[in-house]
Design a protein around this ligand. Structure first.
Ligand code: ATP
Ligand code: MG
Length: 324
C-alpha cells in the first residue's frame, strides 16, 4: 500500500512508515519556488525546508560546565554525513563556549582521522574502554587542536569489541560505564556511530539522551529510517527510557535540483518538527576538510558549510541540550 498524506505520520507515529514513499512537489517548496513565482515573500525567513525558520536564541556563555547531554549521531546508512556532522557540530558547539567530547565509535576511525589524529598508531582507544582489562577513560582522552573539543579516538581494534562484548554481562552498557566518570566535565558528548545497528550502536543509544539523525537528501535515504526508529524504540523500551529522537539533519542538499527539493519536502511532510531548520548543502569543502584533518569552522570559517554547522549548534543547544 503506498503511503498517502493522511497516513498518520505525525506525532508519535511519525516514524511508522510504509516501505514505499511517494514524492510530491509541495506547494511550499521553499526559496527557489518563491523566486520562481516572483513574489516578494519573506525570503530571509523561509528556510530550505520550505518552512519559516523557527526563532533560535543565540547561546549565552556558560559559567559552569556539565553534566553533559549525550547525543548519538546515528544512521545505519553509510556515507550520510554522520562523521562530518559530529566533527563540525562539535567544533561549532565549542565555538559557543561549550565543552564537547567527541566519541569515535566506528572502527574505521574516520572521526579521529578527520581531526588529524594518527589513530592507527594509538595503543589505547575506545576499544580498551569497552573490553577488559578496562583502561581509564582519562588515559584514552585526547585534546584536539580545537579549544574545548576533546576526543576519545578509535581505530580498527574496535572491530573486535563487538565480538568480545557478546559474552559480557551488561554488554549494552559498556560505553555508558566508560563515559560516566567524565560526563560532569562536558556540556555535550557526541558519539559518531558506525553505519550499522549492531552492538556498538546499541551501546551508543543505551547511554544517550537523544539521537541526531543525519540524512542524505536522496530518495532511498528515507527507507532506512523506519528500521532505525524501530531500534531506537527498542532501546528506549528495554534499556534507556530517556532516549528520544532529537532531530533529523538533512545533509548534502542541492537546492538547484528538483530531486533534492522533492526529497526535502517529503522528509518535512513525514517527520515534521523533528527536521532541523538547518540544512547542510552539498559542497566540496567537506571532503577537503577530511584531508586537512580539521573542522570546517577553522578550515574555512566563513564558508556556508561552517555557517550551517554554527546554525545547527544553535538549534541543538536550544532544542536538545539540558542546560541551554
Ligand atoms: N554536505 C556535504 N557536501 C559534500 N560532501 C559531504 C557533505 N557531508 C559529508 N560529505 C562527504 O561525504 C562523505 C561521507 O561523509 P561522512 O563520512 O561524514 O558520512 P558517514 O555517515 O560518517 O559515513 P560512514 O557511514 O561511512 O561512517 C565524506 O567524503 C564527506 O567528506
Ligand atoms: Mg562515519
Amino acid at each position: 500500500m503506498p503511503t498517502t498524506r493522511q497516513d498518520g505520520v505525525s506525532g508519535d507515529d511519525q516514524f511508522r512508515l510504509d516501505d514505499q514513499y511517494r514524492l510530491e512537489v509541495p506547494t511550499n517548496t521553499g526559496v527557489d519556488e518563491t523566486e520562481k513565482a516572483g513574489q516578494t515573500a519573506p525570503k530571509a525567513e523561509i528556510g530550505p525546508t520550505g518552512r519559516p525558520y523557527r526563532a533560535v536564541p543565540v547561546p549565552t556563555p556558560l559559567e559552569r560546565h556539565g553534566p553533559a547531554t549525550v547525543i548519538a549521531v546515528c544512521n545505519q546508512k553509510g556515507g550520510v554525513g554522520k562523521t562530518t556532522s559530529t566533527i563540525n557540530l562539535g567544533a561549532a558547539l565549542a565555538e559557543y563556549g561549550r565543552r564537547v567530547l567527541l566519541v569515535d565509535l566506528d572502527p574505521q576511525g574516520a572521526l579521529s582521522a578527520g581531526l588529524g589524529v594518527p589513530h592507527h598508531e594509538l595503543d589505547e582507544t575506545v576499544y580498551n574502554l569497552l573490553v577488559p582489562p578496562h583502561a581509564a577513560t582519562d588515559d584514552v582522552l585526547m585534546r584536539t587542536r580545537v579549544d574545548g573539543l576533546d576526543l576519545l579516538p578509535s581505530n580498527i581494534d574496535l572491530s573486535a569489541a563487538e565480538i568480545q562484548l557478546v559474552t559480557e554481562v551488561g554488554r549494552e552498557q559498556a560505553l555508558g560505564r566508560a563515559l560516566h566518570p567524565v560526563l560532569d566535565r562536558y556540556d555535550v558528548v557526541l558519539i559518531d556511530c558506525q553505519p550499522s545497528l549492531g552492538l556498538l550502536t546499541v551501546n551508543a543509544l543505551a547511554c544517550s539522551d537523544t539521537v541526531l539523525i543525519p540524512m542524505e537528501c536522496e530518495y532511498f535515504s528515507l527507507r532506512g529510517l523506519a528500521l532505525l526508529n524501530d531500534t531506537i524504540e527498542k532501546v528506549h523500551d528495554r534499556l534507556n527510557p530517556r532516549l528520544d529522537v532529537g532531530g533529523i539533519l538533512v545533509t548534502m542538499f542541492d537546492a538547484r535540483t528538483l530531486h533534492s527539493r522533492e526529497v526535502m519536502a517529503r522528509v518535512v511532510e513525514v517527520f515534521g518538527e523533528k527536521v532541523y531548520d538547518t540544512v547542510v548543502s552539498r559542497t566540496v569543502r567537506f571532503p577537503e576538510t577530511s584531508v586537512a584533518g580539521e573542522p570546517i569552522t577553522s578550515w574555512a570559517p566563513k564558508s556556508a558549510g561552517a555557517e550551517a554547522y554554527r546554525a545547527l549548534a544553535r538549534e541543538v543547544i536550544a532544542r536538545n541540550v539540558k542546560q541551554a
